[in-house]
Design a protein around this ligand. Structure first.
Ligand SMILES: Cc1cc2nc3c(=O)[nH]c(=O)nc-3n(C[C@H](O)[C@H](O)[C@H](O)COP(=O)(O)OP(=O)(O)OC[C@H]3O[C@@H](n4cnc5c(N)ncnc54)[C@H](O)[C@@H]3O)c2cc1C
Length: 490
C-alpha cells in the first residue's frame, strides 16, 4: 500500500473540480482488495472518517475530505473481463470513462453513457450516477450497470447484480460474502420524474444494487463494476444548428422531443425520420465564450443546438433529408448549419461542446470562486419557464452567466461568475432562487453532478426532513460506524 503524508501531496486529493478545498491527515492508496478491506475494518473499529477519492473531476466536493483518511482508488484501474456472450465488461473503478469507451469502440461496441469529462473514473461515474449528452436517448450510468462488487465500511464485501431480487416491502436486504446479512429500510420518498442524481434511489420496487449507484461513496467502496455495452452503430450524423432567438430554439426542441415517443422501442436501423440521441444547448453567452476559439460561429447567432442521430448507409439519405427539412423549418440561420458525418468531424463537435465547460472551469479557477452552477432538470412542460426564470434572475442580480447543457432532458447548466463579495452574495441569491424554481416545477436540484458537500442544503429543501431522516437510517444500517464520506448528501 502506498501512503502519502506530505502536506503538498495530500492537498492534491483534498480538492475537486468545484474548487472546494478540504483537508486530511493521510492518503492511503491500497493495491489489493485485501488491503482495502483491512484498512476499512480498522477505520470502522476506530471510528476514523474515510473519504474515497476517484479522479477528482467531481463538481460538488464529494471526494474532498474534511479531516480523517483519504482512500484513493488509483491502483484499481484494470479491465478484468469482456464477456461478448452477454455484452458486459467488468472493470475496476479507476479506469477512466474515456479509456473504457475507447477500448469498447476498438472492438466495435458502444458504452452509451458519455459524461463530458473523459478523465472521470468509472467509480466516480457510478457514485454520482453520471450522465452525458446521450442520456437523452439511453438514460444515465445506472441503466448500464449489470453488477457491482462493493467493499463495505467494516471491510466485508457484497456482490450485487441485476438478477438479484426486487424488494417491494418495507426493507432491502443483502448478504456479504463473509455471511452477514444487512437490512435497511426501503426508501419511500418520491423521486422527480426527470433525470436525477440527488440522494439515495427510491422506487416502490427496487433492487439493492440501486442504493449503491449514486450513493456518492457513503455506503461503500465500488471495487468492481460489470457494465453493459451495445453494438456500435454503423455511423452517426451530427448537426449544430444556430438560432437568432430563443423562441425558435424552444420550438425546435419541442419538435425534436416529439420524435422520441413516435420512435420508441425501434432499432435505429428502422428509423428513417428524425431520431436524435442527444440534444445539447448553447446560449448567447456560451457562443460568445466559444467565439475566440471558433470565429466561424455565425455573427448573428444567439443560440445553438447540437444533435446526433445513429444511421447506416441504407437509411442515411432519408434521415438527412428529414433533418434538412426540419432545420429549414425552424432556423433562420439554417444555411449556416454545421454537419458531421466522419469521425474527425464528430470529434470536432465533441471538442466544441467540451471546450465550453472547460472554459467555465478556467474562469472559476481564475476568479478563485466556488462553482455556482445550476444542475437542475424539470419535466418537459416547464423547460421554457425554467430558462426564463434563470435569465430574469441573472439580470436582476446583474451577474455574468453561461447557460448550456442537456436541453433534450430539460436539464440546463447555468453557471454564474463572481470576483468580489457583493457579486458572490448575488450569485448565491440567484442560485437559491433557481433551486426553488426547480423544486416548484417538481424537478430536481441535481440531475447529474450529485449533492456532495456543496448541495446538502438543497437536497433537504427538495425532499424535506422526513426523507433525509430515511436516507440517514439507510446509511446507519449499512455503515453503522458512520465513517464513510462524511458530509456528503446530509
Ligand atoms: C469539465 C467537466 C465536465 C463534466 N461533465 C460532466 C457530465 O457531462 N456529466 C456528469 O455527470 N458529470 C460531469 N462532470 C462531473 C464529474 O466528471 C463527474 O461527477 C464524475 O462522475 C466524477 O468522477 P471522478 O472519478 O472524478 O470522481 P471524484 O470527483 O473523485 O468523486 C466523486 C464522488 O464519487 C466518490 N467515489 C469515487 N470513486 C469511488 C469508488 N470507487 N467507490 C465509492 N465512491 C467513489 C467520491 O467519494 C465522491 O463522492 C464534469 C466535470 C468537469 C470538470
Amino acid at each position: 500500500m502506498l501512503v502519502k503524508k506530505d502536506k503538498e501531496l495530500i492537498e492534491q486529493y483534498t480538492i475537486d473540480a468545484s474548487n472546494y478545498i478540504g483537508d486530511a491527515q493521510i492518503v492511503l492508496i491500497p493495491e489489493s482488495y485485501l488491503e482495502l478491506s483491512n484498512i476499512l475494518k480498522q477505520m470502522s473499529d476506530s471510528k476514523t472518517p474515510v473519504t474515497f477519492s476517484g479522479a477528482g473531476t467531481g463538481l460538488t466536493g464529494g471526494r474532498v475530505a474534511n479531516g480523517g483518511v483519504v482512500i484513493s482508488a488509483e491502483k484499481f484501474d484494470r479491465i478484468l473481463d469482456i464477456n461478448e456472450s452477454n455484452s458486459t465488461i467488468t472493470v475496476q473503478p479507476y479506469i477512466s470513462v474515456g479509456d473504457l469507451a475507447k477500448e469498447l469502440e476498438s472492438r466495435g461496441y458502444l458504452y452509451p453513457p458519455n459524461p463530458t469529462e473523459k478523465t472521470a473514473s468509472i467509480g466516480g461515474n457510478i457514485s454520482t450516477n453520471a450522465s452525458g449528452a446521450r442520456t437523452y436517448y439511453y438514460g444515465p450510468t445506472r441503466n448500464f450497470i449489470y453488477g457491482l462488487k462493493v467493499i463495505l465500511s467494516n471491510g466485508e464485501t457484497s456482490i450485487f447484480t441485476r438478477d438479484d431480487q426486487f424488494f417491494d416491502g418495507d426493507y432491502i436486504e443483502f448478504n456479504s460474502i463473509e455471511g452477514n446479512r444487512y437490512r435497511a429500510s426501503k426508501p419511500t420518498y418520491k423521486m422527480p420524474n426527470t433525470k436525477h442524481s440527488a440522494g439515495y434511489f427510491s422506487k416502490p420496487s427496487m433492487q439493492a444494487i440501486d442504493l449503491f449507484i449514486g450513493a456518492e461513496g457513503t455506503l461503500g467502496f465500488i471495487a468492481e463494476a460489470t457494465l453493459k455495452y451495445i453494438p456500435k452503430p454503423e455511423n452517426t450524423a451530427g448537426f449544430i444548428v444556430f438560432f437568432k432567438d430563443m423562441n425558435s430554439v424552444f420550438k425546435y426542441v419541442k419538435t425534436l422531443q416529439g420524435f422520441k415517443n413516435k420512435n420508441f422501442g425501434k432499432s435505429y436501423e428502422e428509423i428513417k425520420n428524425v431520431n436524435p440521441r442527444l440534444i445539447e444547448f448553447f446560449d448567447d453567452d456560451s457562443l460568445d465564450l466559444l467565439r475566440e476559439k471558433y470565429p466561424q460561429i455565425p455573427e448573428d447567432a444567439r443560440a445553438a443546438i447540437w444533435t446526433e442521430q445513429e444511421i447506416n448507409a441504407h437509411i442515411e439519405d432519408e434521415v438527412l433529408n428529414s433533418w434538412l427539412e426540419m432545420i429549414v423549418n425552424h432556423s433562420e440561420l439554417s444555411d449556416e448549419t454545421w454537419t458531421a458525418l466522419t469521425p474527425s468531424e464528430h470529434e470536432n463537435f465533441r471538442e466544441f461542446r467540451h471546450t465550453l465547460p472547460e472554459n467555465v472551469y478556467e474562469i472559476i479557477a481564475r476568479n478563485n470562486q466556488h462553482k455556482v452552477g445550476i444542475d437542475a432538470a424539470v419535466p418537459d412542460e416547464h423547460l421554457e419557464s425554467l430558462y426564463k426564470e434563470i435569465v430574469n434572475s441573472v439580470n436582476k442580480y446583474a451577474l455574468k452567466k453561461v447557460i448550456y447543457g442537456h436541453i433534450g432532458n430539460n436539464h440546463l447548466h447555468a453557471n454564474v461568475f463572481f470576483t468580489n463579495e457583493a457579486e458572490r452574495e448575488n450569485a448565491y441569491k440567484f442560485y437559491e432562487e433557481i433551486i426553488e424554481c426547480a423544486i416548484k416545477y417538481k424537478g430536481t436540484v441535481s440531475a447529474e453532478h450529485g449533492i456532495g458537500k456543496l448541495k446538502t442544503k438543497y437536497l433537504r429543501q427538495m425532499f424535506g426532513d422526513d426523507a433525509i431522516a430515511k436516507m440517514r437510517a439507510i446509511k446507519s444500517a449499512i455503515d453503522p460506524a458512520g465513517i464513510l464520506n462524511q458530509g456528503n448528501l446530509f
